[in-house]
Unconditional design. Structure first.
Length: 194
């Protein structure tokens, strides 16, 4: 059985946290907290995505984000906040940024994209690991040795399968509609003000 993705919602407004949780509950294991300090206790390697409010009493979302990155936790973080982005976001280690109010579609799309990016990262890491092994064997072993090796043939097969998976994931990431919306969004965001 495949485990569902684990999403942690860190939102000091319980009604919003509950709404986000309800939107994601069918496809994800959802955990929520209303406090930044408690969030840091809950975040571990099992968490795939953190939806993080920036303004919270006590420990801010910015501080939680810094701690997540300092701990080198392998999770994606989307800021979901009423704070309009400013130049300070350039140095922040989040993966995506949504300004409240957010729709169910916006939230689920961001979570799905972050999960897809994680899959792509894992696939790429595995692909490059196998490619490095192949390159080493190509440099150290003769063509005859490689052609007669069952292990080498299996490595080539693994690389071919993984390459197809990486290509498929890349196609999903850059689906024409997603790519078009991203370009439109970037154009709107970078167009000079009149």
């Amino acid at each position: 059985m495949v485990e569902s993705p684990h999403v942690l919602i860190v939102e000091d407004e319980p009604d919003l946290a509950n709404l986000y949780a309800a939107w994601l509950a069918d496809e994800c294991t959802v955990e929520k907290t209303y406090d930044g300090s408690e969030a840091l206790e809950l975040i571990d390697d099992a968490v795939d995505v953190v939806l993080l409010d920036r303004r919270m009493p006590g420990l801010s979302g910015d501080d939680v984000l810094d701690t997540i990155r300092d701990r080198e936790l392998d999770c994606r973080v989307a800021m979901v906040t009423a704070v309009e982005p400013d130049f300070d976001i350039i140095e922040m280690g989040f993966d995506d940024y949504l300004v409240k109010p957010v729709s169910k579609n916006d939230l689920t799309t961001v979570v799905n994209q972050l999960l897809l990016r994680s899959t792509y990262d894992e696939q790429l890491q595995e692909y490059f690991s196998l490619a490095a092994k192949k390159a080493l064997l190509d440099a150290q072993k003769s063509e005859v040795e490689r052609k007669t090796s069952e292990e080498y043939a299996a490595l080539e097969d693994q690389l071919a399968v993984l390459r197809t998976r990486v290509d498929d994931t890349m196609a999903q990431l850059f689906d024409q509609d997603v790519y078009r919306r991203l370009c439109e969004d970037l154009t709107r965001r970078t167009a000079p003000s009149e």
